[in-house]
Design a protein around this ligand. Structure first.
Ligand SMILES: NC(=O)c1ccc[n+]([C@@H]2O[C@H](COP(=O)([O-])OP(=O)(O)OC[C@H]3O[C@@H](n4cnc5c(N)ncnc54)[C@H](O)[C@@H]3O)[C@@H](O)[C@H]2O)c1
Length: 371
């Protein structure tokens, strides 16, 4: 069993809790990246702790909080009462001024770092997953510090550079034998993985990416929150580097502003549907131009959760083996901005399997055989 704590009970949390129940009840493996990682199945995930700041969610059982305003993931399975009451968190920079009406902070006393550390220990949490809004720099570091202090593995799903940054949290995590995975989850068939695959293909066929963009639109609070440009910087960096790092000259492409990848609009009626337009201009044989255009339409939250259920299991394995710090092999395949960027997803998958094998842990199926 893996005891998971969640910070930010938004749309991803709703999709995650419902899908774990779905896979447990149906005993199905359809749509998963990995059925087994080590000895863990998706159905081994349990939710034992939850934090938010919204007056719609704090004080409510987690099974109800995931359907509270402004969450919009449809109810696709009945969730029994979980017996986990959402606790009040520390607001810090989690709520941008234009999101006050959506996130509706409760007027309740906020916990100290010590309170969270004690809660994490008392609730036997193994893994804390960070699902705060983009731009929550201080708040993410606050919860990451609490996790590390409590010896709880930290999975950072958002583009705040904790696993890949120079924070002292990483050193502390190493000393405390607490793993940190991150940063910024890469969706199962999201825009990053598709854009990376196309850019890698251009290179693999002896051509060169000259310029490329990826425009993303969606209609949930994630996209609304990202309307504020100053909260966006890390998201843009994370997405842009994920694409540029597939090429021989990533720094040049970024410096000359010939790669753009980022959120590009909030359109409420889209809800959790994300639409991504990708464009690549390449130079190929005899200096001829090639243009590629792709439109992707996905359930953004399903794409993120497909990967999260893997990272939670990998984090638990690292914790079982008392391996601490920010581990590149555990993050490179799953996150847009890992500690060290890896050029291809094939290479990232090889790293992951090698890392797990060295610990004596197996995966099923071995996706590498499909490459
Ligand atoms: N495909 C994807 O959906 C995807 C991919 C990569 C990263 N992400 C990132 O994952 C994060 C979560 O996405 P989401 O769609 O669930 O977001 P969301 O907007 O639905 O939920 C955010 C939640 O955080 C809560 N919150 C705000 N400040 C808080 C604080 N200080 N402490 C505790 N809770 C606080 C809000 O009340 C809300 O419930 C976002 O940053 C998003 O960009 C998503």
């Amino acid at each position: 069993m893996i005891n998971v704590g969640l910070v930010g009970i938004g749309n991803i949390a709703s999709m995650l809790i419902q899908s774990v129940e779905y896979y447990r009840r149906l005993d199905s493996t359809f749509g998963l990246l990995h059925e087994l990682i080590g000895r863990y199945r998706v159905g081994d995930i349990r939710f034992s702790y939850a934090i938010d700041i919204s007056r719609e969610k704090v004080g409510v059982d987690l099974s109800d909080a995931i359907f509270a305003y402004p969450n919009m993931v449809r109810r696709f399975i009945d969730i029994p009462k979980l017996g986990v009451t959402v606790r009040m968190g520390k607001v810090l920079d989690g709520v941008a001024p234009h999101m006050l009406e959506d996130f509706r902070p409760a007027h309740l006393p906020e916990p100290s770092l010590k309170d969270i550390v004690r809660d994490l220990i008392d609730n036997g949490v193994d893994i804390l997953v960070n699902l705060l809004p983009v731009g929550s720099e201080e708040a993410s570091r606050f919860y990451a510090k609490a996790a590390v202090e409590a010896g709880v593995a930290f999975v950072n799903a958002i583009p705040v550079f904790i696993a890949s940054g120079n924070d002292t949290i990483r050193d502390y995590a190493f000393k405390n034998k607490t793993p940190i995975l991150g940063d910024d989850i890469k969706g199962q068939l999201g825009s990053t993985i598709i854009h990376r695959a196309l850019a890698s293909l251009v290179k693999m066929r002896g051509a060169r990416v000259i310029e490329t963009y990826q425009l993303n639109i969606g209609g949930n609070t994630d996209f609304k929150n990202m309307l504020l440009l100053e909260r966006l910087a890390s998201k843009k960096e994370s997405k842009t580097m994920a694409v540029a790092s597939t090429q021989d000259n990533p720094e040049e492409l970024v410096r000359e502003e010939r790669v753009y990848a980022g959120p590009s609009g909030y359109i409420p009626f889209l809800g959790n549907t994300k639409i991504s337009h990708m464009y690549i201009k390449a130079k190929a044989f005899a200096d001829t131009d090639v243009e590629i255009e792709v439109k992707l339409k996905v359930d953004d939250k399903a794409m993120a959760v497909a990967v999260l259920v893997d990272t939670i299991r990998v984090a638990k394995i690292l914790k079982d083996h008392r391996i601490g710090g920010s581990i590149n092999w555990a993050s490179a395949f799953y996150f847009k901005h890992p500690p060290q960027p890896v050029r291809s997803d094939y290479e990232a998958l090889q790293l992951l399997y090698k890392g797990l094998e060295e610990l004596g842990e197996q995966v099923k199926p071995r996706l590498i055989e499909y490459y």
